[in-house]
Write a protein that binds this ligand. Structure first.
Ligand code: KIV
Length: 278
């Protein structure tokens, strides 16, 4: 399996075969995602909510993101690994942002970083890209600043807001982003943005006309029992089958039907005899 590169992803702009991206937070999931042919494994800061049990994405730290990125890198052979820069790791100073972005490549083996924001982060994006680190942008609903956006709400619904988003996309392309996540925006606006930039757009709740799609894996396999956004399609209900399996295990332990002989180790009778004398 040939490892995908940034030019491979950029070359998929406008391609009939769209870019498939999913989040991954650990080794087994990274392996499954990679083996299923997903192009980009995103170590999303959604880690905070779907794995670490926080109520928002703001609480996750650099050290936690690095720890999980290392596991995902170990689990992937083909997929490009993009690590989300957590809130506070790129917002206070540009040199600080470059330093933190560098850590994802140098200490965790990621291929690129993602950060949220439009024109407000353009200088930061430019400095990180100048430092040799590929950056994926993220506009629309930006969960790290959801409170200022009025909650987890669709963005760009008015003509003015849509114009702003379209301008942000162009600014981020100019700043050097190699691709752009469009989250929770009206499908016609995502289509316009996709047509106006030369880098691939990856939609989540942004309609079918983006160059690719991303979902939070724990949402699409039905593992997360918090809220499920409208844009999520659940392809399976893993939580229910896992709870059923665990319940069956508990039952079999309690009534001694597990382990069976096939799960146990025997002892030679002569050794058992010897043991009596000891
Ligand atoms: O953190 C995340 O999972 C994300 C995706 C929703 C794009 O940023």
């Amino acid at each position: 399996m040939k490892k995908l590169t940034i030019p491979d992803i950029k070359a998929r702009k406008g391609d009939e075969s769209k870019i498939a991206m999913l989040t991954a937070y650990d080794y087994p999931w990274a392996r499954m995602i990679d083996q299923a042919g997903i192009d980009i494994a995103l170590v999303g800061d959604s880690l905070a909510m779907v794995v670490l049990g926080h109520t928002d994405t703001v609480s996750v730290t650099m050290e936690e993101m690095l720890h999980h990125t290392r596991a995902v890198v170990r689990g992937t052979e083909r997929a490009l690994v993009v690590a989300d820069m957590p809130f506070g790791s790129y917002n206070s100073s540009i040199p600080g942002a470059v330093k933190n972005a560098t850590r994802f490549l140098k200490e965790a083996g990621a291929d690129a970083v993602k950060l949220e924001g439009g024109r407000n982060v353009a200088d930061t994006v430019e400095a990180i890209v100048d430092g040799g680190i590929p950056v994926m942008g993220h506009i629309g609903l930006t969960p790290q600043t959801a409170t200022s956006l009025g909650g987890f709400k669709v963005q760009g619904k008015s003509a003015e807001a849509a114009r702003r988003l379209m301008d942000d996309a162009l600014v981020l392309e100019d700043a050097g982003c190699f691709s752009l996540v469009l989250e929770a925006i009206p499908a016609p606006i995502a289509e316009k943005i996709t047509a106006s930039v030369t880098i691939p757009t990856i939609g989540i709740g942004a309609g079918v006309d983006c160059d690719g799609q991303v979902l939070v894996t724990h949402d699409m396999v039905g593992l997360f029992d918090g809220f499920t956004p409208k844009f999520v399609k659940q392809y399976t209900q893993m939580r229910e089958s896992i709870i059923e399996a665990i319940g069956q295990y508990r039952h079999e332990v309690q009534n001694s039907t597990f382990p069976e002989q096939v799960h146990s180790f025997a002892m030679r009778p002569e050794e058992m005899e010897k043991l009596k004398d000891l």
